[in-house]
Design a binder for this molecule. Structure first.
Ligand SMILES: Nc1ncnc2c1ncn2[C@@H]1O[C@H](COP(=O)(O)OP(=O)(O)OP(=O)(O)O)[C@@H](O)[C@H]1O
Ligand SMILES: [Mg+2]
Length: 388
């Protein structure tokens, strides 16, 4: 038995989404699920259509012959495949499937990015273009050229629109991206028809919804199980003291919640600065306390982490006191951001939350943090949906 598992671990896997999906089942990392298998088939179809997809650079060349030729190439490509919009409740495996698709995609220019981060980059570039070209009437075309130049396949995790500024830019930007033959695959908890619902200026947003539905097929992942919840169930959240056993316990939590995905280093860009995320996979991030609260990070950094990662692991939360007040203050800000965004927290610590902050200045403020930390270990809290 062991041998056959090991063989499948090392056996070469055929290219494509379905072979990768089946291999993960064979390795025991995920269990077979009919709704996921159906979604994987659809992703496999798109995978096949996109094999080697490399539309020519977006910008029309200069000169009428070049432009004519370009127009002809674009026309030939005009029925480029629709992307996919993978929607469903939390923990159904949308991100897991999109990651398989992304890994398998045989597309030279491809990019997978959290949608929130994409929008942040987009605003930054939009203003940069305006700053560098004060006379420009419309920064969208050069912005779309840039994005399409980097990726002919864009995979967005957690597609969501909360913000009027995003809502205003999205329609024109996506129109320009689709015109540049960019294919989009996205995961979301919200169907296109419900995006930005009940928000000011919704009417002006409706053409964007129609555009999305024209270029992306909506695929509902109605799996019966919330796999994240099942994986969380039975995992203790707070490990005391922060010794080697606690280390090993957090290793186990990380492996469980990432279903064996290989961890890697990543980074978030916040107001032009990079925050290194040393250890991440499948929506989980792991930090040492010192790297999170022992360096001058602020609310913006913690907010970015909280919106980006549904699960956070922290190694080695020390006892806090007026002597390490800066660390304590940052920890309070961090926990507020995590709590408000329903991030699931796992930590090793010198003490249980109530005993973390002994006395003195700031002890009062810490009472709320301790109470939140207690609540964050409850079944009810762990069942809440992450707010992005
Ligand atoms: N068939 C499966 N068997 C076991 N674990 C699974 C299965 N499908 C997904 N998982 C695991 O369940 C967890 C949640 O999956 P995933 O993050 O893909 O859900 P999601 O649909 O993207 O959720 P959300 O809407 O909250 O982003 C992950 O750890 C994932 O690896
Ligand atoms: Mg997800």
């Amino acid at each position: 038995m062991l041998q056959s598992t090991q063989q499948s671990r090392h056996a070469p896997i055929d290219p494509g989404v379905m072979p990768l999906y089946r291999a993960r089942i064979a390795r025991g990392e995920i269990i077979s699920d009919p709704a996921q298998a159906a979604a994987a088939e659809r992703l496999q179809d798109l995978w096949a259509k996109l094999k080697g997809y490399n539309p020519h650079p977006a910008k029309p060349p200069n000169g009428w012959v070049g432009r004519l030729l370009h127009r002809k190439q674009v026309d030939e490509l005009e029925d480029h495949p629709n992307g996919l919009y993978l929607v469903g409740d939390v923990g159904r495996g949308k991100s897991m499937l999109m990651d398989l698709f992304f890994e398998a995609a045989d597309v030279p220019r491809k990019k997978r990015i959290h949608f929130h981060e994409f929008m942040q980059n987009t605003h930054k570039r939009f203003h940069q273009i305006k700053r560098d070209n004060p006379n420009i009437s419309d920064p969208i075309p050069p912005l779309a050229d840039m994005i399409a130049g980097e990726a002919a396949l864009l995979c967005f995790d957690e597609f969501q629109v909360h913000d009027i500024v995003d809502a205003m830019i999205l329609g024109r930007l996506f129109e320009a991206l689709f015109a540049r033959l960019v294919v989009v695959v996205a995961t979301s908890n919200t169907t296109p028809d419900d995006l930005y619902k009940g928000k000011p200026g919704r009417d002006a947003f409706l053409p964007f919804i129609n555009l999305l539905k024209k270029h992306l097929d909506v695929l509902v992942l109605d799996s019966k199980r919330d796999y994240r919840r099942e994986r969380i169930h039975g995992l203790k959240a707070w490990y005391v003291p922060a010794n080697r056993q606690a280390d090993a316990a957090l290793d186990h939590v990380f492996n469980e919640l990432t279903a064996g995905h290989e961890p890697h280093e990543s980074s978030l860009t916040i107001s032009g600065r990079k925050l290194i995320v040393p250890h991440t996979a499948a929506g989980c991030a792991r930090f040492d306390f010192a790297a999170l609260c022992g360096v001058p990070l602020g609310p913006g950094d913690y907010l970015a982490l909280a919106t980006h990662y549904p699960v956070l692991l922290i190694d080695g939360v020390p006892r806090l006191s007026p002597d390490n007040f800066d660390e304590a203050r940052r920890f309070v800000t961090l926990i507020d951001a995590l709590y408000e965004h329903r991030v699931k927290l796992y930590a090793s610590a010198a003490a249980m939350p109530d005993d973390l902050y002994r006395s003195g200045e700031g002890a009062k403020i810490f009472e709320r943090t301790a109470s939140r930390l207690e609540e964050m270990q409850s079944e009810e809290y762990l069942a809440l949906q992450h707010l992005t």
